[in-house]
Design a protein around this ligand. Structure first.
Ligand code: ADP
Ligand code: MG
Length: 678
């Protein structure tokens, strides 16, 4: 048996106690330990000049201890040790403070030079570092990995165990990639990668290792998703006949754009096949995806099938319900709404009617898919704003024993490379143009100093019988955030906008309250709506012409773009005012990008570039397995290569049959079975 699969206690010095600590980090086997990667590295080879560091930065500084001060006992069990030092690279003074660390203090000597690693604070005259890690100048070539740890487990212990693990594990046995592939994609072998991810000699070693290990992960993800996608497709769907939908087109109050028309053709084509449709309809905000959905429902109805449309929020579900009714009822198609906030009695009755086939189109929130709803010849399921749903939900209907055609609609806040992975198993229709007659939304980024002027501007629009949104930052919709939104609304309704009707909308209001507020806003009973991001997705009020966003720096670009899409939906010229007092250069740059770019795709690419790694689109949200080292955010080139490699492997046909790919297959299975996978 390969040492990798052995329990962690197999390692020297790891007993029950330490195994329990490892368990907290989800480490059970030798392999788990080797795949417990450092979060970052401290590079002691490159000390920074102290005068160029900013407060709060974690840095390595090379400094000579000038004088050790008398220790100060603050309380019986609390002693502070201080030393004054001088930075070798900038001659800047540095005060070192050690709390309750007599050993660390003992170890440094006056007139000797050390490497100190820690967080810098202080002012221009005097920099400080608290409880720095101290390293002898002789260890200048040292690179120290930072690991996710847990109480009582030190880096030192972990490094000793990892080093043992590397010795006993026969890593060559589990190499997943042939030499040919490694050569083609310029990757080091797995053994080297695992060695240098934990014990790099240079930072560049660690980077090469990272690349190899991230490639592995992306490759497995890609292989796994593609195979999953194929599985979903093997069932037969509800085969429909080609039916003329000219009557639907003829009754529309506008002409379809080219993109809308082609999307409908794609969809109708799919639904005539005996494998279920699995299609993503991508189109920027305002491109008119809903009417495409309506056309699909019409086609499904003409073929004697029921359709369901799911929205991420109740507000949106109700809006879609009204829109679909508008487009479909005149053709004798019966549309109903099913949402969580309806009374139990009402829901029960609706469900009976749905099961009995009394309705042709069912619009609702997730409640629709989650529970007990039974359908009658369900032929088509449409999911709006797909990025809000997990990928996993795609297969829920299949589990219920139904295999309807599936259409996902999204306003494309996801860069192309990402959507390749996340929607890798979907066909894609793209609506590239907006309906005719839309004027561009003019976007301004200003500081809070211009807020009053912005208010004046908004008033002018309101006087023209237009409507406006003011979005306040309540990102988590927590108590204090909500308070500030409520206060904001009260404040402006009593002062700047006392002559206007100001409404309030936030996530903690009941569904009825939200709906009635939205209706008042639509009808003009409310002129100005102060709200949180609940208006983000899909809300359609054509007479709204201004959206002002407070603390714009708090949002991602794509989210701002979505918000901006709430205006410019009618024939009037529209405006977006972004307010930010942020001093951060990136924040300002981000907000400015928005005044320049209009296209959702470009914006999402920029967003990805600027935000870097992090939780932009956490894989969790998509129901994908958790990645340990690859980031779907910033590895765009690597993602593309891994995908290409996956395609090559799959087309070679030997992926399933031969032993050549056994190790890779195992790796794919491990990734998708992992305990942490959403
Ligand atoms: P989104 O793609 O953001 O979901 P919607 O489907 O909500 O966009 O459509 C936005 C608005 O554009 C709606 O008011 C809709 O009636 C209108 N619309 C859709 N298609 C057209 C078209 N071809 N010509 C004119 N207006 C259209
Ligand atoms: Mg929409």
């Amino acid at each position: 048996m390969n040492g990798l699969s052995k329990p962690i206690t197999y390692l020297k010095g790891v007993g029950e106690k330490r195994a329990q600590l490892y368990e907290k980090l989800n480490i059970f086997t030798v392999r788990d330990l080797l795949y417990h990667f450092p979060r970052s590295y401290v590079d002691f080879t490159k000390p920074a000049p102290l005068d160029e560091t900013e407060n709060g930065q974690q840095v390595v500084v090379e400094a000579t201890v000038v004088r050790k001060l008398q220790s100060a006992r603050i309380r019986r069990d609390f002693v502070i040790y201080k030393a004054l030092a001088r930075d070798v690279n900038s001659q800047c003074g540095l005060t070192l403070t050690f709390f309750n660390q007599p050993y660390a203090f003992e170890n440094i000597k006056e007139n000797e030079t050390y490497l100190f690693y820690g967080k810098v604070s202080g002012d221009f005259l005097k920099k400080e570092m608290n409880s720095p890690q101290t390293i002898s100048i002789n260890d200048k070539n040292f690179i120290l990995p930072n690991y996710p740890l847990t109480a009582k487990l030190t880096v030192k212990m972990l490094r000793t165990n990892v080093s043992d693990a590397l010795k006993i594990a026969d890593v060559s046995d589990i190499e997943t990639l042939s030499e040919e592939i490694r050569h083609k994609y310029d990757l080091c072998d797995l053994k080297t990668a695992l060695n240098s991810i934990h014990f790099p000699k240079k930072i560049s070693d660690a980077q090469l290792a990272q690349r190899r290990l991230a490639f592995d992960e992306l490759l497995c993800l890609s292989l796994g998703l593609t195979v999953l996608g194929k599985k979903n497709r093997s069932q037969s769907g509800c085969v429909m006949q080609n039916t003329d939908i000219g009557a639907f087109y003829a009754a529309l109050p506008f002409e379809m754009t080219q993109g809308q028309f082609l999307a409908v053709c794609d969809i109708i084509g799919d639904m005539q096949k005996n494998v279920p449709m699995n299609r993503l309809l991508q189109g920027d905000v305002g491109s008119g995806k809903t009417v495409v959905a309506a056309a699909a429902c019409y086609f499904s109805y003409k073929n004697g099938f029921q359709s369901a449309l799911m929205a991420p929020t109740e507000i949106l579900a109700k809006q879609h319900y009204n829109t679909l009714k508008n487009f479909l009822e005149m053709h004798n198609i019966k549309v109903c709404l099913l949402i969580g906030s309806q009374s139990e009695k009402q829901k029960k009755q609706l469900k009976e009617q749905i099961a009995g086939g009394e309705f042709d189109v069912i619009v609702g929130t997730q409640a629709l898919i989650q529970g007990t709803t039974e359908f009658h010849r369900l032929g088509l399921v449409i999911t709006d704003e797909q990025h809000r749903f997990g990928v996993r939900q795609r297969s829920l209907f299949a589990k219920k024993g139904e295999h309807p055609h599936c259409l996902f609609m999204s306003a494309t806040p996801i860069p192309r490379t990402l959507s390749l992975i996340i929607y890798g198993d979907l066909d894609i229709s793209l609506i590239e143009e907006l309906p005719k007659g839309r004027s561009e939304i003019e976007t301004f980024a200003v500081t809070g100093k211009l807020r009053k002027r912005a208010y004046e501007f908004i008033k002018k629009e309101l006087d023209e019988k237009r409507r406006a949104y003011i979005v306040c930052p309540a990102i988590d919709e927590n108590e204090s955030d909500l308070e500030s939104v409520v206060k904001y609304a009260k404040d402006i309704s009593e002062n700047d906008f006392s002559d206007y009707k100001v409404g309030l909308l936030h996530g903690k209001m009941s569904s009825d309250e939200k709906q009635s507020t939205m209706e008042k806003f639509k009808s003009g009973e409310i002129d100005l709506l102060v709200c949180t991001t609940v208006v983000e997705v899909g809300v359609d009020v054509p007479s709204a012409t201004v959206i002002m966003i407070e603390n714009a720096e708090r949002y991602g670009l794509s989210q701002l773009h979505q918000l901006r899409g709430r205006v410019g939906r009618g024939k009037f010229k529209s405006y977006c005012i972004l307010i930010t007092d942020s001093k951060s250069q990136t924040a300002i740059e981000r907000v400015k990008i928005l005044s320049r770019l209009k296209n959702g795709f470009e914006i999402s690419e920029q967003d990805l570039r600027l935000r870097g790694p992090g939780d932009f689109f956490g894989t969790r949200q998509h129901g994908l397995p958790e990645l340990k080292i690859a980031s779907l955010n910033d590895d765009a080139a690597l993602i593309e290569q891994a995908q290409q490699c996956a395609r090559e492997i799959l087309s070679s046909d030997s992926f399933k049959e031969t032993s050549e790919y056994k190790a890779l297959q195992n790796a794919v299975n491990r990734l998708f079975d992992s305990k942490h996978g959403g």
